[in-house]
Design a protein around this ligand. Sequence first.
Ligand code: NDP
Length: 292
Amino acid sequence: MQTNENPEAVTIIGLGPMGQAMAQVFLDNRHPTTVWNRTAAKADALVAQGAIRAETVQQALAASRLVILSLTDYQAMYQLLSPATGALSGRLLVNLSSDTPQEARKATQWAARYGAQFLSGGVMVPPPLIGKPGAFVFYSGSRAILEAHQSTLSRIGKADFRGEDPGLAQLYYQALLDIMFTSAASVLHAIALIRSAGIPAVTFGPYVQDFLAFLPELFQDVAEEVDKGQYKGAFNNMNMMAAGMSHVAQASRDANINTSLPQAIKQLYDETIRMGYGQDGLTSLIEILKKP
Ligand code: NDP
């Protein structure tokens, strides 16, 4: 447990850019910080600043009750910890790696079998923003366990507790990444379309910025409309949108660039219309998207 004079000891397993950034903020805040990484050299700069290098995963687990995992996925956790389950008893594993809600639920049970507590988390900022204002992390699992370690974990970013179901942090995390990954693909596809006419991306850049800034207004009522099942189409209905979407797809075809993204969206629009939502608004897409 942490007090101002006696910061809580922390172990970090996994020193990609994210694990390194987290170890750095713990060191900056004088937490005894033990680090371990498969590629040992990634710990060197942290050790030079006072981090303790664990030579083995067992040593890393023994060094602190609070063990933070920052790995590519949960599979990496099993690969690392399965040979070291004898050292798990009494530990609190806080897995801040990306994976699915189901994996987080399974991992909570897996840890319990070896006497370890488990919290799942999703870090919502890139490494340079760790520990900075605006940084936040979704957590789920036991609220009591999170609260007991919240002051330490808040070094990474504000702790946003989503619920006792261990899967909820990953659910929120993956839902936001769903937006990020598909948005990135759409922005880059639009840039490919512009560049197909010999126009540099930087000429288009300001339009991208302005358009993205306008999106919050466009999406203002989305959540409410979906919850009510009322998809207002007075100003822009699905029939018009689907025609517009086919123009994006055809323009892409004419430009001889990849059309898989606009075609996929067009298909979703067409299915929504086939279900009878042609006169409804864009939010009626949920009727297709909520199904398998
Ligand atoms: P990286 O993929 O760069 O680093 C992953 C870490 O996992 C490395 O330390 C790597 O070890 C280790 N690792 C992967 N597989 C294994 C394995 N089988 N056995 C042992 N170690 C393994 O990821 P990041 O540091 O960028 O991110 C860590 C987590 O945080 C990810 O789940 C990511 O989705 C999430 N995240 C990342 C963000 C970002 O912007 N970077 C933002 C928000 C969340 P080695 O060094 O030896 O390869």
